[in-house]
Design a protein around this ligand. Structure first.
Ligand code: AMP
Ligand code: ZN
Length: 141
């Protein structure tokens, strides 16, 4: 448990939450400031600040619960769309430094600024050069 981490406090039962489901590794609960009705969060119980510190097998357990919770949100609320969102670093909008995935129901008129323009494709040579850079940095599977 990390000091001053609200999600660690929730896992420990020291801070309240509106739970959905948990097991020994992962937990899902409602977001306290929902961007839309049904907005919820899935976290590992262990504290990892971001995706970059999270062991892949732990994130795989998070992903399995994300799929279950997303199916339940979809069945319960029937939103016209649903985003999965996972922020790493303040520049990405991360406000809680305990890795988490947002399950975020969407409506066409909800005004959330998550969608970018698909009208002007970037220079293909530039995209290819960046892909080459990324391939060179892939860690072993
Ligand atoms: P992010 O900004 O991507 O780090 O997301 C953090 C999310 O955690 C925000 O959507 C907050 O509304 C949510 N949050 C912060 N504190 C709590 C809490 N005590 N219980 C439930 N959700 C919380
Ligand atoms: Zn934590």
């Amino acid at each position: 448990m990390a000091p001053n981490c609200i999600f660690c406090a929730i896992v420990a039962g020291e801070a309240p939450c509106t739970p959905i489901i948990e097991d020994e590794t992962v937990m899902a609960f409602m977001d306290i400031h929902p961007a839309n009705e049904g907005h919820c969060l899935v976290i590992p119980k262990m504290h990892y600040p971001t995706l970059f510190e999270t062991p892949p097998e732990v994130f795989a357990a998070v992903a399995r619960l994300v799929v279950r919770v997303s199916l339940a949100v979809q069945a319960a609320l029937r939103p016209p769309g649903l985003n999965l969102l996972q922020a790493n670093g303040a520049a990405a909008g991360q406000s809680v430094s305990h890795v988490h995935v947002h399950v975020l129901p969407r409506r066409p008129d909800d005004g959330l600024a998550l969608n970018w323009s698909r009208t002007a494709p970037a220079d293909p040579a530039k995209i290819a050069a960046i892909a080459e850079q990324i391939r060179r940095h892939l860690p072993p599977a």
